[in-house]
Design a protein around this ligand. Structure first.
Ligand code: SF4
Ligand code: SF4
Ligand code: FES
Length: 249
């Protein structure tokens, strides 16, 4: 027998002066293989066309549908209602700017963050459109690909205690992004250059290492590993920079 689901959904439209933040409850019959994507679309088409939420790919690829599902950041399109209790609470991701209801602006956050960590290959090589692509080993390409699978959903940022307490904290996603360039031999930045970018409390030294980010990452990106490596590399750079000055007196 199908269950009756109770969906408690955050409602607020900051652009509407009459709107006040509140939770609205919708009742829905569960159907077979129902995802939260299907549930929300049914609510919008059958009960309230004003409900706002984001979806694009419906396949865990675009990252648009991340929200807080019963207290945990996750992708709504990959979440089956059968894996949840019949009482479901949906909130928008914190930290990102609220557009309305469950819809947040992750794009602006990611854009400013990628600018801060200079998320591009730094090289003096002049671009030659006739040159062959630079080769790298399969092993190295796979290592880079492993950390480069981020879909920019924002779950790791929303699940991070430091990001909630410290407004400018870069978050696991940006530190992981930098790890991708450190692996890439085409990027000629030195360790000191990386230190200047993220060797701060807003960067790697603000991370408390409790790893909620990895727990909630829907792509299972090995954030723990990358954050640990980056922390060790930049801590060593700091010691190497300070020690000679200390010894000279
Ligand atoms: S390990 Fe660091 S980045 Fe990940 S959730 Fe904890 S404080 Fe945030
Ligand atoms: S690292 Fe994982 S949780 Fe964070 S934005 Fe990328 S895919 Fe989402
Ligand atoms: S709709 Fe694209 S990841 Fe969910």
């Amino acid at each position: 027998m199908s269950r009756i689901l109770k969906l408690n959904i955050f409602r607020y439209n900051p652009k509407d002066l009459n709107s006040k933040p509140h939770i609205e409850t919708f009742i829905l019959n569960e159907t077979e293989s129902m995802t939260l994507f299907i549930a929300l679309n049914r609510i919008r088409s059958e009960q309230d066309p004003s409900l706002q939420f984001d979806f694009c790919c419906r396949a865990g690829i675009c990252g648009a549908c991340a929200m807080i599902i019963n207290g945990r950041p996750d992708l709504a399109c990959r979440t089956k209602t059968k894996d949840l209790p019949d009482n479901i609470t949906l909130l928008p991701l914190p930290i990102f700017k609220l557009i309305a209801d469950l819809s947040v602006d992750t794009g602006s956050w990611f854009r400013q963050m990628y600018q801060k960590v200079e998320s591009w290959i730094h090289t003096d090589m002049v671009f030659d459109s006739n040159a062959q692509e630079e080769r790298m080993t399969n092993h190295l390409a796979e290592k880079i690909y492993e950390v480069d699978r981020c879909i920019e959903c924002g779950c790791c940022v929303a699940g991070c205690g430091t990001a909630i307490m410290r407004e400018n904290f870069l978050g696991a996603v940006s530190l992981n992004r930098l790890a991708r360039f450190i692996l890439d031999p085409r990027d000629k930045r030195t360790t000191n250059a990386y230190f200047d970018l993220v060797g701060t409390d807003e960067g790697i030294f603000g991370c408390m290492g409790l790893l909620a980010c990895e727990d909630v990452c829907p792509k299972q990106i090995p954030l723990q590993d990358q954050l640990g490596k980056l922390r060790r590399k930049l801590a060593l750079a700091a010691i190497n920079n300070v020690l000679p000055k200390f010894l000279r007196g």
